[in-house]
Design a protein around this ligand. Structure first.
Ligand code: PRE
Length: 373
């Protein structure tokens, strides 16, 4: 049997596109109705647990050939458009535009959200507490550099909840108005980026003076103001400030990934594959930390991270940040946390949220300037 012609195939696509659009509009009418119910009940438009459940169900139900990452990318934008119809979601992040935090926020909330870049992490938290933003996206740890101390301090000090997480691959480029690395005289970079690209810099940019900047996008902005300046930044920042990419992926280790958390105030509903973040302090006596960990082990909870941080309010005392598998109101988790809390001097549940997979970070496609997963 002879195959269909190009024209016939395109007619088929046109008909399907019309059908997809009609159905998307039908979906949006339901979304508008939900929006009205949420407004009446004073509920938050954004429901990350429900969104994750929608995506997971579709990824599992998809017969292919569409890959899972494409199903997620398409739905990221559909859900963003849904939220925008109900009420544009205001998202604060550490700016300026095109920092990795911005890319992480875009990968979670899509292009229809209302983004509010802030010049310091403390302002991101302030925006949230003042109600100027509904959610915020902040970095919490990097696979090479470890925990982000300032975020941990603010999580302790402020009454916010962790409502989501995402892992983003960090791919630094050397970007400049100069034509080659040999002509670069000044290198602008965020201290973490410098740490992640140490070897490459010592091999290729020994001749340049190094200046630390508050963010990678700030570095790009600074580099753009000088003919022989260069920045370590992502391609979107380079594009935005009119810089050319002189070298791609200059980080010393492949798989450089940053974990970001989404902050808000609402409690998520369970998804069946959640993580719970907790924060606690223990008395200064032998075995105190062990006694907390012991309870979690006895209840069969999997701890995926524990990190200590000096308590700035009480010198020489420490705070422990831990992530465990499970949902906070799940009976087993609730019982374990209650017992663990009784063995601490301070205990705070930061929140439960859908677990993201660190082995499949969001990748920002350098060539096509878009997300893959
Ligand atoms: O189910 C809801 O609560 C909705 O508002 C609908 C919807 C969606 O488009 O599926 C939109 C926004 C929410 O964050 C979650 C889901």
């Amino acid at each position: 049997m002879k195959g269909q012609s190009l024209e016939e195939l395109r007619r088929g696509i046109d008909a399907l596109d019309q059908e997809i659009l009609d159905r998307l509009n039908r979906r949006m009418r339901l979304v508008e109705q939900i929006g009205r119910i949420k407004a009446e009940k004073g509920l938050d438009t954004f429901d990350p647990g429900r969104e994750e459940a929608v995506c997971r169900r579709l990824v599992e139900a998809s017969p292919g050939p569409l890959p899972a990452e494409s199903v997620r990318a398409i739905y990221r934008e559909i859900l963003a458009a849904s939220r925008k119809l109900q009420q544009p979601l205001k998202v604060a992040f550490l700016g300026p535009e095109w920092t990795y935090s911005h890319l992480a926020a875009l990968s979670v909330f899509g292009h229809s959200a209302h983004y509010l870049p802030q010049s310091a992490l403390v302002d991101v938290f302030d925006h949230l507490s003042k109600g100027l933003a509904r959610v915020a996206v902040v970095p919490i740890e990097n696979s090479l550099e470890g925990g982000i101390g300032q975020t941990m301090d603010l999580l302790y000090e402020r009454p916010v909840r962790v409502v989501g997480e995402c892992y983003l691959e960090v791919a630094h480029c050397l970007c400049s108005r100069a034509s080659d690395p040999g002509s670069v005289r000044k290198l602008y970079a965020h201290p973490h980026a410098l740490g992640q690209c140490r070897r490459w810099i010592s091999e290729h940019l020994r001749h340049a003076e190094i200046y630390e900047c508050a963010s990678t996008a700030q570095a790009a902005r600074q580099a753009a103001s000088e003919a022989s300046g260069a920045a370590l930044c992502n391609v979107k920042a380079a594009e935005n400030y009119g810089l050319s990419v002189l070298a791609e992926r200059v980080e010393d280790h492949a798989g450089n990934t940053t974990r970001f958390i989404v902050l808000g105030f609402e409690e998520n509903s369970p998804t069946g594959d959640d993580k719970t973040s907790i924060l606690f302090a223990v008395a200064d006596k032998p075995g105190a930390l062990y006694r907390v960990l012991e309870v979690l082990t006895q209840h069969g909870l999997n701890m995926t991270r524990i990190e200590s941080r000096p308590n700035r309010l009480h010198p020489w005392q420490y705070l422990f940040f831990a992530d465990i598998g499970g949902y906070e109101r799940d009976e087993r988790v609730r019982a374990a946390l209650e017992e663990a809390a009784s063995r601490t001097t301070f205990f705070k549940i930061l929140g439960s949220y859908p677990r993201a997979n660190p082995r499949h970070p969001i990748r920002f496609d350098l060539e096509r300037s878009r997300f893959g997963g």
